[in-house]
Design a protein around this ligand. Sequence first.
Ligand SMILES: Nc1ncnc2c1ncn2[C@@H]1O[C@H](COP(=O)(O)OP(=O)(O)O)[C@@H](O)[C@H]1O
Ligand SMILES: [Mg+2]
Length: 344
Amino acid sequence: MLLFGGVSSEHEVSRTSAASVLEHIDTDKYELIKVGITKEGRWMRTDADSEAIADGSWENLESNDDVYLLPGGGFAGIDVDVVFPLLHGRNGEDGRMQGFLAIAGIPFVGSDSTSSAACMDKAITKAVIDQAEVCEQAKCCIAHKGCDVEESSVVIGDFFEGKFPLFVKPANAGSSVGITKVKTFKELPEALRVAFAEDTKAIVEETIEGREMEVAVLGNGDPQASCVGEIISANEFYDYVAKYDDVGSETSIVTDLPYTLEDEIRETAVQIFQIMGCRGLARVDFFLRKGPSGTYDDGELVFNEINTMPGFTKISMYPQLWEESGIPYGQLIDTLIELAMEDE
Ligand SMILES: Nc1ncnc2c1ncn2[C@@H]1O[C@H](COP(=O)(O)OP(=O)(O)O)[C@@H](O)[C@H]1O
Ligand SMILES: [Mg+2]
């Protein structure tokens, strides 16, 4: 069963990912059941084609049927071997759906509820990775909704010793929603309000100057890392527009780094995947800052975030990295389904 949509700011991104999977999944091999979740949270089984899923018109089909989950008993009236919850962000990638599916007793693609929740929450991820001492991270502090944003801004300003720009992000969000690059002190309160519109917790980080690198990790007990990819954003940072609308943003495969550094990046990605308790897939995102030589050849790796259900269209970074590493999209989908059905 392919689950798509969801009550999330990344609802549209999920539909695009699902449409792409539908176009490339081996239909001889699987009896595919499609279930969409509207933005309001209604679950419906649908016959919609990939186009209707991509443009959202699937919701209006007469033939859609409501579906029901039974605790311990799977889906009422539908036999399901495995679920691919191709849902991003809140309610889909944050452990809630994973807990729900676990309670229903259905195997699913990706990490369990604990790992998903820990990876979704940037403040928790940072604390766990900090403790493990596997990689540098941006200096950061946390603010909670309900605080006086003006007063908190003063404390935050002091914490960073007046250094700007800073990045203000909701702890739980994705696709850059709710993120502001704050250049001066007076923009800080508003940036906190923007973040609190998405979540009750915000993190504030120093700005890391460097290249943005991403690694795809795949597997359960013995996870493997892909080659290293890079994002070159058309905008000042990789915001929602740069991610999905801006034709000027580029993703590419990194080929100019020394082999040892590339290997270190891949190895660190696997370590982070394991420390966070991930399963199946995750994309691990880093910054690479210039090293003492003034080049990236001895660059310092800074961990940014991990995504347990990364963008999954055929041209998204995660599938592209595997394509480049010898696993084509269709085969990647097969592998993820096999991994989901593997016993712990
Ligand atoms: N500390 C930082 N320094 C520099 N750029 C940052 C920093 N944090 C985030 N960014 C920029 O903002 C983008 C989105 O932030 P990220 O933490 O990846 O959130 P999301 O979960 O929304 O993708 C990053 O891809 C990067 O371009
Ligand atoms: Mg990101």
